[in-house]
Design a protein around this ligand. Structure first.
Ligand SMILES: [Zn+2]
Length: 291
């Protein structure tokens, strides 16, 4: 009996040890790879950020740091493999500033496509993109739409949340600045960094530059131009970071992580997207065969 209990103890402790594998691809061993595929249900998170100025006070990798930290926290709740740092986003609007890493537009799309293909080749069937950079969503939505262009045996899911009014109300009770002007490296983003990596934020420098909208373009109703951001915020600073707090950051991060966990669970359980994709590609194929 005693031996039995001892063996049971050894088995359960070994089992829990065996289940406790890293989420990050670069930290996994090849021998743990099959378990990682099983635990993740062939799901990988691709966190995307960029390298660019974040006002005079926040680190240039702010978007990457946030995306990386979301992924780390999300996978503590629900397992998925996490792709290492990916900072090849759309960043043309920051090329006038030092510290900007911006690849040519065609290459940016091609690199993302090749990365997803490579994830698929490694056996992943579900790729969840999470994005930390405000200049990426248009590109990412176009990228996801392009997935319909040719057959592939994986699905790309872009985490693209809509505003939650209940959370916004909660947020506004803590927030000190006007949400309309609080964008890049402003109160909210700086608060997230103060919560995640306070040692990287030089808050005393936040007032060295103005994060106010410079309104240098004439009002042209219902029209979008690429220069709008530079016209309004040429210093890559939008808001008043000096009013940031770790407390606000905690609220923002915890809400984001909970929402991402919910999305990840649904993605891991989803077979329908891939099934419909295959059905769609077959019909496209049939149509071209008939010609
Ligand atoms: Zn940012």
């Amino acid at each position: 009996m005693r031996t039995c209990i001892f063996l049971l103890f050894i088995f359960t402790s070994f089992n829990s040890y065996a289940q406790d594998i890293p989420a990050r691809w670069d930290e996994l061993t090849a021998s743990d790879w099959p378990l990682a595929m099983e635990k993740s249900n062939k799901t990988i998170i691709l966190p995307i950020g960029v390298l660019e100025k974040h006002g005079p006070h926040a680190p240039m990798g702010s978007d990457l740091i946030r995306a990386r930290e979301w992924a780390a926290r999300v996978t503590q709740e629900e397992y998925a493999v996490v792709f290492p740092d990916y900072f090849y986003g759309q960043l043309n609007e920051a090329k006038h500033l030092p510290g900007t890493f911006s690849l040519p537009p065609g290459l940016t799309m091609e690199l993302l496509e090749a990365t997803c293909e490579e994830l698929g080749r490694n056996g992943f069937e579900r790729i969840m993109i999470i994005n930390g950079h405000g200049g990426n969503p248009s590109m990412l939505r176009y990228f996801v739409q392009n997935q319909m262009a040719s057959q592939r045996d994986y699905a790309v899911y872009f985490y693209d949340p809509s505003t939650d009014p209940d959370f916004q109300e909660k947020l506004n009770t803590l927030r000190k600045t006007d949400p309309a002007g609080d964008m890049h490296a402003g109160e909210l983003e700086t608060s997230s960094l103060l919560y995640l990596r306070p040692e990287l934020v030089q808050l005393d420098r936040a007032t060295n530059e103005s994060g106010a909208d410079q309104k240098r373009l004439p009002e042209i109703p219902n029209v979008y131009t690429g220069i709008w951001w530079y016209a309004s915020f040429p210093l890559h600073y939008a808001g008043e970071a000096e009013k940031a707090s770790a407390e606000l950051g905690e609220l923002v991060i915890e809400q984001k992580v909970a929402s991402m966990v919910e999305a990840l669970r649904a993605i891991k359980a989803d077979d329908k997207t891939l099934e419909l994709q295959q059905e769609f590609y077959e019909k496209v194929h049939q149509l071209s065969e008939e010609k």
